[in-house]
Design a protein around this ligand. Structure first.
Ligand code: HEC
Length: 161
């Protein structure tokens, strides 16, 4: 008999179980700490998980609401002619793929230097910029054109286009 009044092997088993519980407890505290850290992290970066909309990275110096622009892209019919990776719409090849449009040095295809201002003007009235262009004037308001531009400029770089 040991000091605890239990057989020594039984004392050992209880001690072992105690240690295991301690380890699990510590892991749980660690997990809880990680979870609260994750909750405090602001915008996640990098590609979104499969099936989720692309994470937008608002570009500095480009005014406009990128998230609103994303909704407008479908609501205003842009998605009917243009593909943007991550926008849930049937892919269309009538107009150029706009996934990485912010990286192009010029627009349509070389009619104007690519800048947020020129893109806003283009979206509001393409034929005024390039007579005879196949993109029609869609009577988009300036506020909407700014949000659409903010959206197109905040696309994550996507090498697969
Ligand atoms: C009827 C089809 C059509 C619709 C609808 C349309 N586009 Fe276009 N878009 C085009 C075509 C075609 C071009 C290429 C024009 C050219 O190169 O002359 C173009 C070019 C562009 C470009 C320049 C792209 C580049 O690679 O140079 C942008 C930006 C753009 N469109 C944005 C939009 C937005 C935003 C909307 C919605 C408001 C929209 N488009 C709606 C057909 C369309």
């Amino acid at each position: 008999m040991s000091a605890t009044g239990l057989a020594p092997d039984r004392t050992l088993a209880i001690a072992r179980r105690g240690l295991a519980c301690l380890a699990i407890g510590a892991a749980a505290v660690g997990l809880a700490a990680c979870a609260s850290l994750a909750a405090a992290t602001p915008t996640p970066r990098g590609p979104a998980p499969r099936g989720e909309p692309a994470r937008l990275t608002p570009a500095p110096g480009v005014p406009g609401n990128a998230e609103r622009g994303r909704a407008l892209f479908v609501a205003q019919g842009c998605a009917g002619c243009h593909t943007v990776r991550g926008v849930a719409a049937r892919p269309s090849l009538v107009g150029p793929n706009l996934t990485n449009v912010a990286l192009r040095p010029t627009l349509a295809p070389e009619a104007v230097p690519n800048s947020p201002e020129n893109m806003v003007r283009w979206i509001m009235d393409p034929p005024a910029t390039k007579p005879g262009t196949a993109m029609p004037k869609l009577f988009v308001s300036e506020a909407d054109a700014r949000d659409l531009t903010a959206f197109l400029y905040s696309q994550p770089y996507n090498p697969r286009n």
